[in-house]
Design a protein around this ligand. Structure first.
Ligand SMILES: [Zn+2]
Length: 326
């Protein structure tokens, strides 16, 4: 069986905050992703997942609590937990720029990997505390904002007892992601005391990598990647999306293309008997300690037709990513 982890980076927009958007409006636009009077955010995503018997992992960024207080987190955590999905930890250290009381002596950085090990231990411990204080069950997994982690992040996670990391995305290795990971690694491995489960993907060209992010792949590419993982018997297939990813870039309109891709993924997962939806707490604890197996990614040539369109979406995402930290 292949565990399908649909992971949703769930976060306020620091860029909207910077432009003067207040907390309530930011939560409405970034978490519940309301556009034209309809929600397309985590509530909509959970509806879709539930219809297909799947589970979401919501990597929630608590850092805006340093600016706005922690109360806004409570209804978000409450909704996820009440519906049987998983709350895990995400961090966007950009928010330290507006923190009333800095936990790290005023030091700042865009990514968690910009900080010393000692500061990372403080920041990650604080983030976990903020989530657990508003009712999140014990946090067991982490993903860095912008995939901006490094090896010290894994050491810090191990130091505070977080079991899983999912900050390795081969598309970001050597850029935002400074973890010394093998980009060809497909399954879970143990690294510096943490179980590392990288973001899944496909080979879009020989030696290339396209991440299994809903806005970055065509439905056909995602289907091919998931079917391949199931056929080879991969332990897990890890998909990435965001709480606001179903909206257009300006967050004013639903993005029908991305919505259709998410729906197609859920239908396909529902159809495949060898795939089941899972959170990190559903994974076997020894997953990262099993003997290395030679898993591969789906080969590039058979997908050529879909790549042009998907390439455009990916380019847009990368462009947006630089403008709007996500
Ligand atoms: Zn993020």
């Amino acid at each position: 069986m292949t565990a399908l982890l649909i992971t949703v980076d769930t976060e306020l927009s620091s860029s909207l905050h910077q432009r003067g958007v207040d907390l309530e409006d930011n939560v409405r636009r970034s978490i519940w992703a309301e556009a034209q009077g309809q929600p397309f955010g985590i509530g909509w995503q959970m509806d879709l997942l539930d219809r297909h018997g799947l589970k979401g992992v919501f990597f929630l960024d608590p850092m805006p609590a340093l600016v706005h207080g922690p109360a806004f987190l409570k209804p978000i955590v409450g909704a996820i937990v009440a519906r049987g999905h998983e709350v895990q930890m995400h961090i966007h250290t950009e928010w330290l720029a507006w923190a009333k009381h800095s936990p790290v002596g005023g030091r700042q950085g865009r990514n968690i990997g910009d900080f010393t090990l000692d500061d990372q231990i403080i920041l990650l411990g604080l983030a976990r505390q903020l989530l657990e204080d508003v009712g999140a069950p014990a946090i067991t997994a982490f993903r860095a904002g912008n995939f901006g982690a490094n090896d010290d992040t894994l050491r810090a996670l191990a130091a505070i007892g977080i079991v899983w990391d999912s900050s390795v995305n081969p598309a970001y290795l050597g850029r935002e992601c400074g973890i010394s990971a093998d980009p060809a690694q497909v399954g879970a491995t143990r690294k510096l005391g943490v179980a590392e489960l990288p973001v899944s993907g496909i080979a879009d060209r020989p030696g290339g990598f396209r991440p299994a992010q809903i806005c970055a792949m065509s439905a056909a590419e995602m289907r091919a990647g998931l079917r391949h993982a199931a056929r080879e018997g991969h332990d897990a297939f890890t998909v990435v999306t965001h709480s606001f990813e179903m909206l257009s870039r300006d967050r004013q309109r639903p993005n029908g293309t991305v919505i259709a891709r998410f729906e197609a993924l859920c239908r396909e997962a529902d159809r495949l008997p060898a795939v089941h939806g899972a959170g990190f707490n559903d994974l076997p604890v020894d997953l990262a300690d099993r003997p290395t197996r030679l898993f591969s990614r789906v080969a590039p040539n058979r997908l050529r037709t879909g790549l042009r369109v998907a390439g455009q979406a990916w380019a847009t995402w990368r462009y947006e990513h630089r403008l709007v930290p996500a």
